[in-house]
Design a binder for this molecule. Structure first.
Ligand code: RNT
Ligand code: ZN
Length: 425
């Protein structure tokens, strides 16, 4: 196996890095522990290109799109779980696993209507979750379905369509609460739907009234405390909904505040140059918490694989600086069918964990001190200097402590899994 790293050299580099950060008053050991302990929810749907287990040929309709045909897509629950485990071995830190309703596995392989799904249809997932010690999160699935063909689901003017999706979202919450009870930790349950229109609507209000009323009905069902966290996810525009999305940022911001539920900010769901970093301290003044979908918007696509970008680093820094870590749920949301899917998971998850570590290594107190003293040149100078501290050595130490490959060594594991497993599908 190709090795790019050397353990002894890494440990020596870490000792030097520890001293370098120490001179700014930063305890690298504490930062490594804190970064490792933040749960990151890994999206199951990167493993199968958001296809689901209902026999669909692939993702269809609904504002999002997968492109590419890299060999080895997971085609069922056993393959998806095996692939996820392969990725888990390369991803340091606490993990959760994020499912969608259309990954149900009813007995005998039959398909159950999305409005009739029950917790026992997710028994295999729950048993796996318990065995692996990886808690689950959940999502209603309001796309890739004949009842989604019109592009309007919970906001549909057709009462039959609307009530179908209301029953579906209620079922999703019932299942999520059962997962939460099973794992002793609330299942974060996100509701996103692509409702919207390609061209200018004449009536922007009525669909929003219907969506509000539908959500009210869905959320009226109460579940035991500590089993579920409800979140609603906004979006500016999608493929086929360029002119209007019912569940826009303002819609869900208002809705989440009024109901005191979590708002989901997906980093790819805003104007192409808009980042969510500055929204965190503002929204957390009025909400119980946030769900963040880490993604990478690239032109019109909101779902490229997450990288260690300035945007991601800025978001992590804002969360840590505002001491908001306990109130933010971290989730990944990207899907790229053009590259090895285990690698996609690993790149995205490792990048987010790097962002967390870097933020936790920041000597924020020194920045605040300079700011309060009116010495903004010192604040800027320190921010610049911190960027080139020996971060990589601390990251390698985190990977070493967690027993996952350091540096680029994990690529050898992906190559091996591809040859042994994926190439045979
Ligand atoms: C779509 C949303 C949503 C989905 C997943 C599959 O734009 O981001 O979160 O990506 O639920
Ligand atoms: Zn999302």
């Amino acid at each position: 196996m190709q090795k790019y790293t050397d353990k002894d050299a890494a440990l020596k580099a870490y000792d030097l890095a520890k001293a370098a950060y120490g001179r700014f008053g930063i305890d690298t050991e504490a930062a490594v522990t804190a970064a490792r302990d933040v749960p990151v929810s890994i999206q199951c749907w990167q493993g199968d290109d958001v296809t689901g287990f209902e026999g669909a040929a692939g993702l269809s309709g609904g504002g999002i799109l997968t492109t590419g045909n890299y060999p080895g897509r997971a085609r069922n629950g056993d393959e998806l779980r095996a692939d996820a485990e392969a990725a888990f071995g390369l991803i340091p830190g606490k993990k959760r696993f994020n499912l969608h309703c259309f990954y149900a596995e009813p007995d005998g392989g039959k398909t159950v209507g999305r409005d009739e799904l029950r917790p026992d249809h997710f028994r295999k997932w729950m048993d796996w979750s318990t065995a692996k010690g990886i808690p689950l999160d959940f999502n209603s699935s309001c796309f890739s379905h004949p009842m989604a063909d019109s592009g309007w689901m919970l906001s549909s003017a057709d009462p039959a369509v609307r009530s179908f999706w209301i029953r579906h979202a209620k079922a999703a919450r019932r299942i999520a609460s059962a997962m939460g009870a099973n794992q002793g930790s609330p299942a974060v349950t996100d509701h996103w739907m692509p409702d919207g229109s390609k061209d200018y609507p004449a009536d922007r209000l009525s669909p929003r009234e219907r969506l509000r009323d539908a959500l009210d009905e869905i959320l009226a069902e109460r579940y035991p405390a500590g089993t579920i966290i409800d979140a609603v996810e906004c979006k500016l525009f999608g493929i086929g909904s360029e002119a209007y999305v019912v569940g826009s940022h303002e819609f869900y911001m208002g809705y989440a505040v009024s109901k005191q539920i979590h708002l989901c900010l997906d980093t790819g769901h805003f104007h192409p140059t808009e980042t969510i970093a500055d929204k965190i301290s503002a929204m957390l003044l009025f909400l119980p918490g946030l769900l963040i979908h880490f993604s990478r918007g690239l032109r019109w696509d909101s779902d490229h694989v997450v990288t260690f970008s300035d945007d991601l680093r800025d978001v992590c820094a804002q969360i840590v600086r505002t001491r908001a870590l306990p109130r933010v749920n971290f989730a990944l949301d990207f899907f790229d069918a053009s590259i090895n899917r285990i690698a996609a998971w690993t790149i995205g998850a490792r990048s987010l964990r790097k962002g967390l570590l870097e933020a936790l290594l920041e000597p924020t107190a020194l920045l605040v001190e300079a700011e309060n003293a009116g010495k903004n040149h010192e604040r800027l100078a320190l921010m610049e200097e911190f960027k080139t501290l020996p971060f990589a050595a601390v990251w390698d130490k985190l990977c070493l402590d967690e027993g996952v490959p350091m540096g680029a060594d994990w690529l050898a594991n992906v190559r091996d899994y591809e040859e042994r497993v994926l190439a045979k599908r």
